[in-house]
Ligand binder design. Sequence first.
Ligand code: FES
Length: 224
Amino acid sequence: MSGASDRPRRQLFHPGTTIDDLKAYMGPFVATLGYRFNSDDEFVEAVLTAELGILETAGDVYCPCRIRTGDPKEDAQIVCPCIPFHREQFAAIRKCWCGLFVRTDVEDDTELCGVIDEPGPGQEVDVPVCRASDLAPGTVRHVKIGKTDLAVVRVGDEFHAVSNVCRHAFAPLSDGIVEGYELVCPWHGWRYDVRDGTTDHPGADLRVYPLFVVNECVMIRLSV
Ligand code: FES
């Protein structure tokens, strides 16, 4: 019988680790989560080389495209492979943040949204949230990027993103329904216009986030 004990455990790495060591551990680890290495071998080597450099200086194989906060708890969530901590987001974009791992059901890696460069403090970063075809018109999808909790809505061919937290009693709006440009809260029915976040409850408008589509990939612009 298979169970949690069959799953590979997270491994600590020490200076002197090689790329082959990382591959031998990470391949089976991510396979249990439904992922595999990117089929671009050169890219994989480049990312893993970067991780080994980070291991030497920072003591662990942190994802090279994420910024470490200095908070050990927070930073533990970006130790590669960080898939368990970002499942929903990665499921939406069908790869991990940098593209080192892609979902096993991806047939052509080149179709995936691009790699995100590491942004500097105070910079903006464009984050792929899904492919346009992944979100049907009139539907909403939950996306979490770091601490930013979003409801991404498609109305016709337009995409909009608002904060996922209802201002009434904090329901997850991504569980709500889309009616025209309105996102209707699943708990008590407050309505928000996804174009500007407005509601008819004074002072309770939602924050909106800029979304745009590049090569069929829906991107959100965030400040980091
Ligand atoms: S929690 Fe959204 S309307 Fe009450």
